[in-house]
Design a protein around this ligand. Sequence first.
Ligand code: GLN
Length: 245
Amino acid sequence: MTDYTGSLVIGWLYGTRMNIYGDRGNVLALAGRARWRGLEPDVREIGLGDPIPDDIDVFFFGGGQDQEQVAVSRDLRGEKGEQIRNAVERGTALLSVCGGYQLLGHEYRPNDAERLPGIGLFDVHSTAGPKRFIGNVIVNSQWGKLVGFENHSGLTYLGTGATPMGTVEVGHGNNGKDGTEGVVYRNAIGCYLHGALLPKNPVLTDWLIAAGLRSRGGAGTLPALDDSIEASAHASATARAIATR
Ligand code: GLN
């Protein structure tokens, strides 16, 4: 059994607004893999105007269309963004994808709208590019090969203080130019990998869960699971990415 009792508290940022291309599956994967270790998942959706609870173990912030990002960017300004930054500094785990990722950097500049300030958690800047990057992605990372699906016009550039999630083997990644994908800061990850990402990349799911549990004082060791189905999904998605590169 796990060395924890109780729950895994998952803070789902803007779940009804920022939830495209299967991103809800990341919340299901976090909840399922916690439950299979004897933890009760407690999923709390944090919408516009809602406060940030102070007991979140793992945040998830999905992708969304540019127009949704306008309202969310406004909502994150001030105290709310600061609370998320402070939580990550305390060790809280976080996964953000695409539109969510962009708003956790310094800014996102859409093609036909005002500049959207981000909360500055990640040292990255994003701006809409002239075309959309759509397709399967394979990333070589500290967690091994990660496989996902990208659909973004945003181009994200890492600041000097930023560490990429990994390097692109198939697909475009952050900007289609520098070979990087995503960013990692402490236990927080930003990336362009939809799909959903976590169901077919269980090592990353467990890394987030363990980090979140450690942030409340646990040892962060999780019992192994039979990941044969997840491995099959990963292999299938990887083969498709290679075949369609
Ligand atoms: N602003 C995002 C983009 O770069 C919106 C799409 C998304 O979140 N997948 O296209």
